[in-house]
Design a protein around this ligand. Structure first.
Ligand code: ATP
Ligand code: MG
Length: 444
């Protein structure tokens, strides 16, 4: 058998592309500006109400969420990304929500020692759900927590904060739904009635609800199953079991919302997906996002801090789904157009023209001007035709052009890219002032 010359006929192995994880999205540059707008807006909102930033790790001990969210909840039963640390056997979980982690940190760091705290967080959360519009496996939340306040005034404050956020973003058509879950004894009395009611209609319960009937019947009211809606609507209402203290708390919240002209609807079936709520609960909903219409939700969770090992401390908060808000902003044409990449694009011939190009770029940036300095893909100089195409696409107002001829005369051409398209030759030592003057007059 003759030898095959392997070097001349080397088979080309095709390297396959890698895929991202299902339900976990890349945020691409062409969409990022809307996120940045939202992020700036929520940072401004937090500041307007005196809320401080807290950043907890993405990964926590699984127990943080088991205790903090409750065992019999969708999240803990089936949505958590939990795993064992291979090196030390610890049970860990990617955070599915922010509150339990914030409370863990606050208790661990003794943060409430100085008194109540108003905090906010922003970042990714992870839940193993069926991906669909508005429902992802990695999604993002902005959330706030008011820790150490018992009164209904703070419930009203955090709800008004949401309303202001919709206003700041220009969003329309978000409705506020409100309910009160009372205290533990009141929920117990209601629970007895609820179990009785569901037992007498057991044939109509789906599998999840059958299972929850004796572990967490309140959660059945939270079902999304359309065939159970009639059953759930006619179920005993928790609000009919509230005592004076709970009712007073609830009424003051309502009074303060009315005093601030904020409309709301009381929804007796609103129980929220997490286990730790008491008294006020609320959600902001829209009809514009299909099935995933809840944009933000929250309420009071007075029992949680003690449950997480802290001193008994009242608290309330909410979380907003950033993807859903972004989607709604798109629906309503908000968030503006993609901004220009820069104010000034500098085109050059490489070689000796690089030095003045860098000098102008850095000088202008120091003065607060956004500058894109052309760089060629192959490290050689690019044709001016292709550079001017890039300059146009960048959204820059002006191009500063330094070719070999310009360099020889120690000049640059300043080209108006948006208005007249005219070019003006300017001596190197006047380029900076000239560009600044032009930008100032074009912003008038
Ligand atoms: P849903 O009833 O839609 O499952 P939830 O009650 O589980 O929501 P919360 O835990 O209260 O949601 O989270 C607050 C907000 O976070 C929701 O109102 C929603 O806007 C957003 N959110 C929750 N889960 C997801 C997800 N899987 N993908 C995108 N956003 C989500
Ligand atoms: Mg959910």
């Amino acid at each position: 058998m003759s030898e095959i010359n392997s070097s001349s006929k080397k088979p080309t192995t095709k390297v396959v592309k890698l895929a991202g994880v299902k339900g976990m999205n890349d945020l691409l540059p062409q969409d990022a500006y809307r996120w940045e707008f939202l992020e700036r807006t929520v940072l401004g909102l937090a500041k307007a109400y005196g809320y401080q930033n807290i950043r907890t790790p993405i990964v926590e001990h699984t127990e943080v969420f088991q205790r903090g969210i409750g065992e019999v909840t969708d999240i803990v039963e089936k949505e958590m990304y939990s795993f064992e640390d291979r090196l030390n056997g610890e049970q860990l979980t990617l955070r599915p929500e922010g509150t339990a982690a914030v409370v863990r940190a606050v208790v661990e760091q003794n943060l409430l020692y100085e008194g109540p705290k108003r905090l906010f967080y922003i970042g990714p959360m992870f839940r193993h759900e069926r991906p669909q519009r508005g429902r992802y496996r990695q999604f993002h939340q902005f959330g706030i927590e008011a820790l150490g306040f018992a009164g209904p005034d703070v419930d009203a404050e955090i709800i008004l904060m949401c309303a202001r956020l919709w206003d700041d973003l220009g969003l329309q058509g978000l409705r506020l739904e409100l309910n009160s879950l009372g205290n533990e004894q009141e929920r117990k009395a209601h629970r007895t009635a609820l179990v009785e009611y569901f037992v007498s209609h057991q044939a109509l319960l789906d599998e999840d609800s059958q299972r929850r009937l004796h572990t967490n019947p309140l959660r059945i009211l939270d079902t999304k199953n359309p065939t159970m809606q009639d059953l759930v609507i006619a179920a005993p209402k928790l609000i009919d079991y509230l005592g004076k203290e709970s009712l007073d708390h609830f009424e003051t919240v309502q009074y303060l919302l009315k005093a601030n002209n904020l409309p709301f609807k009381i929804n007796p079936r609103l129980v929220r997906g997490l286990d730790y709520y008491n008294l006020t609960v609320f959600e902001w909903v829209t009809d514009q996002l299909g099935a995933q219409g809840t944009v933000a939700g929250g309420g009071r969770y007075d029992p949680l801090i003690e449950r997480m090992g802290g001193k008994p401390t009242p608290a309330c908060g909410w979380a907003m789904g950033i993807e859903r808000v972004i989607e709604l902003m798109k629906e309503q044409g908000l968030g503006g157009d993609a901004p220009a990449l820069c104010d000034i694009y500098i085109a050059h011939a490489g070689g000796q023209t690089l030095e003045p190009s860098f000098v102008f770029a850095e000088q202008l940036r120091s003065a607060g001007v956004d500058v894109l300095l052309h760089a060629s893909p192959d490290g050689q100089s690019s044709s001016f035709k292709s550079q001017m195409k890039k300059a146009d696409a960048s959204g820059a107002l002006y191009a500063v052009i330094i070719g070999e001829d310009e360099f020889a005369q120690q000049q640059a051409q300043i080209k108006d890219l948006r208005g007249t398209g005219l070019q003006t030759a300017v001596a190197f030592d006047a380029v900076f002032d000239h560009v600044i003057d032009r930008l100032v007059s074009s912003s008038d």
